[in-house]
Ligand binder design. Structure first.
Ligand code: PMP
Length: 393
């Protein structure tokens, strides 16, 4: 039987990581995979996570199953983090999922169950996994205009014009903040326009929130999703704790459904638990419990926020340094958008040939679409990268 399988399409980023590891040049720079790194190139366990794990080790009395939706305290704490005081809790359903990817996958499956003919619209470009999971699930999907590669910014009029094509009952997938791969984001006013358009069309928003706290701060990064929840009758939110808690391998995510009424929220809750049951029964719990411990303990929470802020500000400083260096070396404002972008990524707008030349001649590794991971840099390597870019363009 197994011989009938065909090779799956290779994951470009994983292939890039392998090529980087095999490169023997001492001064190589890895700007590929989407993992936060400090100035020493390490992805350390955050202080609050270490402490929460130590406390759990002491206090945890059982490893028996949780509920199908995961620990309700985790959903409670995460909803507070994402939606704040104004969360319309009675209209919300939520389940823990294996990472943000699990939440995205379960959201797509819920949409397919509820409305098999709905088209899911995704930004062009988007995180490649969105497109590949949609394809795998055979869900009708369409791209919408998002990024203007000339300016390095969101083409808001182009985006709104494209979304004019959305039909009633369609779903529009939005990145809550820190757009992957471009780094270009909507402003609060843009979000309001999107909310108005979605309501006008009778379309449902789905927000993928994988980087809360990596852009303008925990509260500011939730602006979009909060405007959606305040302004739309229904919504889906797929959240990830991988980046902002640095617990990538623990697989902690949350899927939230906003329903029109309390009874519809209960119906959604039952269906989300059912979907967990079909796919993996009980969601992973360790990472979720660590997150809950941190969010519900004032001291741990303050320490976590402080460390997250240090990471965020470090990335902003690198952005500014890179934009300044490129401005100096290219004698132009072509790359000024790097300082305006937010999150871990920026799409530089280089050609595939230039990206390849950077790899071959300068040992600089970035994704083929010229997405760089800002956290892969440090104060010493920024000028090296800027010099290399100035040489290839
Ligand atoms: N959505 C987006 C846009 C992402 O970039 C990522 C991480 N690469 C995820 C979701 C999911 O992350 P994870 O499954 O590791 O929590």
């Amino acid at each position: 039987m197994l011989e009938t399988l065909s090779e799956p399409a290779p994951d470009k980023i994983l292939a890039l990581m392998a090529a980087y590891r095999a490169d023997e040049r001492a001064e190589k720079i890895d700007l590929g995979v989407g993992v936060y790194k400090n100035a020493e190139g390490a992805t350390p366990v955050m202080r609050a996570v270490k402490e929460a794990e130590a406390r759990l080790q002491e206090s945890q009395q059982t490893k028996s199953y949780t509920g199908l939706a995961g620990d309700p305290a985790y959903a409670d704490a995460m909803i507070g983090l994402i939606l704040g005081e104004g969360a319309p809790r009675g209209r919300l359903a939520a389940v823990a999922t294996p990472g943000g990817t699990g939440a995205v996958r379960q959201a797509f499956e819920l949409i397919r169950m509820a409305s098999p003919n709905a088209t899911i619209w995704y930004s062009e470009p988007t995180w490649p996994n969105h497109v590949s999971i949609l394809k795998y699930l055979q869900i009708p999907a369409k791209p919408y205009r998002y990024f203007d590669s000339e300016t390095g910014e969101v083409d808001v009029p182009g985006m709104l014009a494209a979304l004019e094509g959305v039909a009633p009952g369609d779903v529009v997938l939005l990145h809550g903040c820190c757009h992957n791969p471009t780094g270009a984001n909507l402003t609060g006013e843009d979000w309001d326009k999107v909310v108005a358009l979605l309501n006008d069309k009778g379309a449902l928003p789905m927000v993928d929130l994988a980087y809360q706290g990596f852009g303008d701060g925990l509260e500011a990064d939730a602006t979009g999703v909060r405007r959606i929840v305040a302004g739309c009758p229904e919504a889906l939110i797929a959240a990830s704790c991988s980046k902002n808690f640095g617990i990538y391998r623990e697989r902690a995510g949350l899927l939230v459904a906003l329903a029109k009424t309390e009874s519809e929220a209960k119906l959604a809750q039952g269906n989300l638990a059912f979907l967990n049951r079909q796919n993996y029964s009980f969601p992973p719990d360790h990472g979720a419990r660590v997150v809950t411990e941190i969010l519900t303990d004032a001291e741990l929470r303050a320490d976590w926020q402080e460390e997250l802020e240090e990471m965020r500000e470090g990335m902003l400083a690198l952005r500014q340094q890179l934009a300044d260096e490129l401005r100096r070396l290219t004698n132009s404002d072509r790359f000024d958008f790097v300082a305006r972008h937010r999150g871990m990524f920026s799409r530089l707008g280089l050609t595939p040939e230039e990206v390849e030349q950077l790899r071959a001649e300068h040992a600089v590794y970035m994704v083929g679409d010229s997405r760089i991971n800002i956290a892969g840099l440090n104060a010493r390597t920024v000028p090296v990268l800027a010099q290399a870019i100035a040489q290839v363009i």
